[in-house]
Design a protein around this ligand. Structure first.
Ligand SMILES: *Cc1c(COP(=O)(O)O)cnc(C)c1O
Length: 427
């Protein structure tokens, strides 16, 4: 696609955009004089306008039914998670039985690792990406500790090569081979939160399985951002939060995936709760955990209905649009941002340059570009923030910008580049 650096061109793209109408389905923040240029859908997605309606409906059900709402509300709370999990499964390329929406992300990662990190004999090691998101680091560290395993010997982090910013799949492959039969688990972010790099999850899963290891992914930055085929790729397990690209409220519920090949395995270790127990017998209150033969077995508690309602409001938009259309706009929108940043760097090269550390290949990235600022630092970030840009600063000098295809426009991206240019000229 040939892009142009003009407001008219951006407007033309907006007019031709089949998803343009969805912008009006979202509430933009009001803390700035004008609606901000919001590019942090990778941290907290915007609120769908219908969210309050979905939540209000359940508040009304609570009012009308009290405890009877568990069985008599229009969508009974007893099984409230079922249709929601089914919609979520479509987004991650899973069968309906392979996904359940419940708890929070880090909680789910722990629950899944209780089942799927089973060190035995010399097979005790975990491979993850270097500088993983802190919560994942702490989860891995304490899982090892829980099994009385030393962190230094058993956590193998893979870093980019010297002078590079992203991981090479060949390096992941050779590390997996090297660790071989000492490898118990691979747990990697499907999309790296810092660089926006998309991992080749299909191949990583194959390489891991070839060594007899279990393969799981943290999909915090992948779910609702890139197309996933968890069932087809034979991923063992995965979990994601829904408040980033999935616009489902701050601290909202998480989704978890367990491949169907594990559903009948009653030998797996579990930290179980009553909402994972045989549904017909749940209220008999008898001892002896009988896991539901689906991902639901990992669900401990009855659903947090209000958070689930918020997620449902967003899932209905995803259902209507579909990941394919979303991905098509995502690539065009991110490509436009890339084009404008490259132009800026070309025009102002005596003053600064923007090095995009996210892969240039659209197949290896989603909606985020991470920009390394050479020549200008936090001052630039603070100044563009004061002008109504909401982006994300990471030490030492990276700005992460995520144009979300569901509500960001080409004009947003154009205006962002204009604000950047204006500010460069002022500094
Ligand atoms: C956002 C994010 C988290 C957050 O975890 P919560 O349990 O939802 O607080 C964890 N891991 C990664 C990779 C993330 O991007």
């Amino acid at each position: 696609m040939k892009y142009e650096n003009s407001a008219e061109f951006a407007q033309k793209l907006d007019q031709q955009d089949p998803l343009a109408k969805y912008r009006a389905e979202f509430l933009f923040p009001t803390f700035t004089k004008n609606p901000p240029l919001y590019f942090v859908g990778n941290s907290l997605g915007l609120q769908p306008k219908k969210c309050s309606e979905y939540i209000q409906k359940e508040l009304n059900n609570w009012h009308k039914w009290g405890v009877e709402g568990h069985f008599h509300a229009e969508q009974p709370w007893f099984s409230y998670h079922e249709p929601i999990s089914k919609k979520a499964a479509k987004i991650v390329g899973a069968k309906a039985t392979e996904v359940v929406v419940t708890h929070s992300l880090t909680t789910n990662l722990h629950l899944l690792m209780v089942s799927f990190f089973q060190p035995k004999g010399k097979r005790t090691k975990i491979i993850c990406e270097g500088k993983a998101f802190p919560s994942d680091q702490y989860a891995l560290e304490t899982q090892l500790k829980f099994h009385k395993l030393d962190l230094k010997d058993n956590l193998i982090e893979i870093f980019p090569r010297k002078g590079e910013h992203t991981l090479r799949m060949e390096d992941i492959q050779s590390k997996i081979k090297e660790v071989g039969d000492e490898l118990a688990l691979i747990m990697i972010g499907g999309v790296n939160y810092y660089t926006g790099q998309v991992m080749d999850m299909k191949s990583i899963t194959e390489w891991g399985h070839a060594q007899g290891a279990i393969v799981g992914f943290d999909l915090a930055h992948a779910a609702g951002n890139i197309e996933l085929k968890l069932n087809e790729w034979k991923v063992d397990f995965a979990a994601w939060c829904t408040y980033k690209y999935m616009n489902s409220s701050p601290g909202g519920v998480s989704g978890l995936f367990v491949h169907e090949k594990h559903h009948d395995n009653k030998e797996l270790n579990r930290f179980a709760g009553w909402w994972g127990h045989n549904k017909e017998r749940r209220f008999l209150m008898e001892p002896g955990f009988d896991p539901i033969p689906s991902a639901e077995a990992w669900q401990l508690s009855n659903s947090p209905i209000l958070l689930m309602a918020a997620h449902d409001a967003s899932l209905d938009l995803f259902d209507e649009i579909g990941m394919e259309a979303l991905a098509a706009k995502r690539d065009k929108l991110t490509g436009y941002l890339e084009f404008l940043l490259d132009e800026l760097t070309e025009t102002h090269k005596e003053k600064c340059s923007f090095e995009i550390i996210t892969p240039r290949n659209p197949a290896e990235r989603g909606a985020q570009l991470s920009i390394l600022l050479h020549g200008l630092g936090k001052d630039l970030y603070n100044k563009i923030s004061a002008k109504g840009v909401v982006a994300d600063w990471r030490e030492p000098n990276v700005i992460r910008v995520a144009p979300a295809p569901m509500y960001n426009s080409y004009t947003d991206v154009y205006q962002f580049a204009k604000v950047l240019e204006e500010t460069i000229l002022e500094i």
